[in-house]
Design a protein around this ligand. Structure first.
Ligand code: SF4
Length: 115
């Protein structure tokens, strides 16, 4: 299978094949591409970035690490359910260890409507 590595802007074309128990990755310009290629055919993961609107602000959020691609919709629904915190700062964890993945949902930016 062929994938484009998305771990850096170079975008190497990876050729990933299974040979018995082994997964062979070719075309990667660095070791990160090998890990990415292996994950893509076993357990594809993605970073999630999104925004959430509260009464007075738009909060930018991201996952602390890449998360199982099949969980993306459920993660977004879970973020939607979170009620407005009394106080929120950049770097705060909005949801800790979401779905027991050891991945947190982190506040990366806050835009207040009055600014
Ligand atoms: S294999 Fe390495 S150099 Fe190539 S796109 Fe992925 S991270 Fe970048």
């Amino acid at each position: 299978m062929e994938f484009t590595c998305i771990m850096c802007p170079v975008g190497c074309t990876l050729n990933v094949t299974k040979q018995g128990e082994n997964i062979i990755v070719k075309g990667n310009g660095c070791p990160r591409g090998e890990i990415y290629g292996k994950n893509e055919i076993t357990l594809p993961k993605r970073m999630i970035t999104t925004i959430k609107k509260y009464k007075g602000a738009t909060i930018s959020l991201k996952t602390s690490e890449a998360i199982d691609k099949t969980l993306i919709n459920n993660v977004l629904k879970e973020i939607d359910k979170v009620e407005e915190p009394k106080k929120i700062n950049i770097g705060d964890i909005l949801i800790k260890n979401i779905f027991n993945t050891n991945v947190d949902i982190i506040v990366t930016n806050i835009n207040y409507e009055n600014n």
